[in-house]
Design a protein around this ligand. Structure first.
Ligand code: EPZ
Length: 421
């Protein structure tokens, strides 16, 4: 299993460019199942999760080709299997997003239940409840959701009991081919929802209200093909900015979608960093001072994303003073705490979702283990800021969500290498 070896203590300095967004690309790949013509996608990041979704589309029978500029064209007119198997859904929960599109287009599908994962139980009850309201017959049997709708899905007024990104996406996709109008209330407002709506619209869907709490979808007979360029990855950008802050660096990120990072940039300001936005470039200057610890509370968009909670915790570890981290989205997303403590961090868990971090003068390199995607990036940040050498094992987690991480960090002056063991 590969490991990362990091000799810490060097500030990140220079310019990097954001990759395409993983969490936008995954639902958009699922949405290709709705289109009666090929869909050509540009700027998909080169990541393991993207490969897993493409593998699933191929397993279902889709024709996927990659051109010389890495544009990916998906033709789903050749779909012949209406079953998403356990092995692929288990590997990546976002595979569950094929449920809505396949049901809407083919009237029948079996998708493995995703099960719990490292950050929480993560049920899918909201996805299922909404599809039932749209006329789907659902049974759960042998670990699979078996769904059918002989007469097609029908539009409905759906009120989500809680804000769910995947639930909103699944229902939004299903509604594009349902009969009549679907209204989704208490919808997620994340930029990845807005992206999916834009792509679906490019395919001919009629959607309004994305980015607000109420989304309205008028069903269509069929959707066509389109060309679509996926936006930048706001979580990747946030991770690099936090890494620069933790190492006392000076970083510019190009094509960074600053409009999606309002709360994050404001919070970096609370830590004392100078943040300048110029068009689509974000510049962060943290040279010559120790950041001041800050309280961080995760929330659904437009709040601080849970996907940056671990990274902000790592920043608090090397800041001056005490910062409280409160996780409100997932019930078990503190697996990185014990690993950051191995680097010398001072963290006290007040309860399962609140951690109090007291900044220390320096972290020290150690052997640590990645437990999930964002936990692993917090360890990279800790290791970059630490004195001495850190080895991070189980880095397959990081390869799910960070494109060319060693190359990008090395370009910015980090001493990092991948050990193939
Ligand atoms: C998406 O997951 C992201 N994944 C996650 O990013 C992100 O952490 C999460 O949204 C929150 O922003 C992708 O976009 C592929 P949810 P998703 O449904 O859609 C509960 C990363 O690191 N819930 O918004 O699965 C759920 O348990 C990943 O890149 C129900 O109770 O998240 C959680 O507590 C990890 N019932 C909360 O809602 C449901 O039916 C939010 O989950 C659905 C969700």
């Amino acid at each position: 299993m590969d490991r990362l070896l990091i000799h810490g203590g060097r500030p990140l300095e220079g310019t990097t460019r954001a990759s395409g967004s993983k969490n936008s690309s995954l639902p958009i790949l699922a949405a290709t199942l709705l289109a009666s013509e090929p869909v050509c996608l540009n700027s998909l990041p080169h990541l393991r999760d993207i490969t897993t979704m493409v593998e699933l589309l191929v397993e279902l029978g889709a024709n996927v080709s990659v051109d010389e500029r890495l544009g990916v064209t998906v033709d789903t007119n050749t779909i012949r299997v209406l079953r998403a198997p356990y092995d692929l859904v288990r590997k990546m929960r976002a595979s569950f997003l094929v449920l809505g599109p396949l049901l809407a287009r083919y009237g029948k599908v079996e998708v493995s239940l995703p099960g719990g994962c490292a950050i929480g139980t993560r049920p899918v009850d909201q996805h299922l409840k909404a599809l039932e309201q749209m006329g789907a017959d659902l049974v759960i049997e042998d670990g699979y959701v078996k769904a059918s709708c002989d007469k097609g899905l029908v539009g409905a007024n759906i009120r989500m009991d809680l804000v769910t990104v995947g639930g909103t996406q699944n229902v939004m996709m299903a509604a594009t081919l349902a009969k009549g109008t679907t209204v989704i209330e208490n919808a997620a407002r994340e930029p990845e929802i807005v992206e999916l709506a834009s792509c679906l619209r490019a395919m001919g869907a009629q959607i309004s209200g994305e980015g607000t709490e109420t989304i309205v979808v008028e069903g269509r007979e069929q959707l066509g093909g389109c060309m679509y360029r996926v936006m930048s990855d706001r979580i990747e950008v946030g991770t690099y900015l936090i890494a620069a802050a933790a190492t006392g660096g000076h970083l510019r990120v190009d094509e960074a979608c600053p409009e999606t990072l309002g709360a994050v940039l404001a919070k970096l300001g609370d830590f004392g960093c100078r943040v300048i936005v110029d068009g689509s470039t974000i510049e962060l200057d943290a040279r010559g001072f120790t950041p001041s610890a800050a309280d961080v509370r995760t929330e659904a968009y437009p709040g601080i994303p849970t996907d940056l909670q671990a990274q902000f915790m790592a920043l608090n570890c090397v800041s001056e003073g005490q910062g409280r981290i409160t996780e409100t989205v997932f019930e078990n997303r503190f697996m990185h705490v014990q690993e950051l403590v191995r680097l010398g961090a001072s963290i006290r868990l007040e309860n399962p979702t609140t951690a109090v971090v007291t900044g220390v003068k320096e972290l020290r390199g150690a052997q640590v283990m990645a437990t999930d995607l964002r936990a692993s990036s917090s360890l990279v940040i800790g290791a970059l800021a630490a004195v001495g050498t850190t080895t991070i094992s189980r880095i397959y987690h990081i390869d799910r969500g960070y494109e060319c991480i060693e190359e990008k960090l090395r370009w910015l002056g980090a001493d990092i290498e991948r050990l193939h063991v």
